[in-house]
Design a protein around this ligand. Structure first.
Ligand code: ITT
Length: 188
């Protein structure tokens, strides 16, 4: 059994679906791990993974760190997305983007797989898109209502069912990279 360690219910729902579809047995540990302040999601998630090892110590664990990187804002809010969502929200980000024509952005997800023997590996996934002019949709979480993925038909993630979001989201891609590696090492 692999344990996903996250305080975020939506993340867990998405990860659970993707991992179970692959046939893995997964459980959840609902807790917020300490995060280090860094510009690199890899660094943030590796720090949290080591904390999970010390504090929780299950045999196999997955920790995910993600963020929205807006090109015009030099990648802001990036690793600070959780804090910026709590303080400014979607409306605040739209305000920062008011009048901007260059609205390209990407969601990035980095997953850390950590084993009791201390091995930590990270896997990266991205989804490119743009920031919408106004919030649309009530599905999903966080910045979903203002993010229009490139692959879609112009709807925001907030307007798409989670099954569709899972087809090309940053999180599904980091998980796919993890599964590719995991499948070759564990024989599962
Ligand atoms: P854990 O660290 O406990 O897993 P968290 O919500 O704090 O949960 P992060 O530190 O990784 O997670 O913060 C990522 C933030 O980025 C998240 O709170 C959202 O605001 C935003 N975000 C990440 N992925 C997203 C997605 O798929 N859809 C919408 N917003 C997303």
């Amino acid at each position: 059994m692999i344990f996903v360690v996250t305080s975020n219910d939506n993340k867990w729902e998405e990860m659970r679906h993707l991992l179970r579809a692959y046939g893995l047995r997964v459980g959840r540990i609902k807790t917020a791990l300490p995060e280090v302040q860094s510009q690199s999601l890899e660094e943030v998630v590796t720090f949290s993974a080591k904390a999970a090892l010390n504090e929780i110590g299950q045999a196999e664990m997955l920790i995910e760190d993600s963020g929205l990187f807006i090109d015009r804002l030099n990648g802001f809010p990036g690793p600070f997305s959780s804090y910026v969502y709590k303080t400014l929200g979607c409306e605040g980000v739209l305000k920062l983007m008011e009048g901007e024509r260059e609205r390209t952005a990407k969601f990035v997800s980095v997953i850390a797989y950590v084993r009791k023997d201390g091995e930590v590996r990270t896997f990266h996934g991205e989804c490119r898109g743009r920031i919408s002019d106004r919030p649309r949709g009530t599905k999903g979480f966080g910045f979903d209502p203002i993010f229009v993925p490139e692959e879609g038909e112009g709807q925001t993630f907030g307007e798409l069912d989670v099954a569709i979001k899972n087809e090309y989201s940053h999180r599904s891609r980091s998980i796919a990279n993890f599964l590719r590696w995991y499948g070759t090492t564990s024989g599962s």
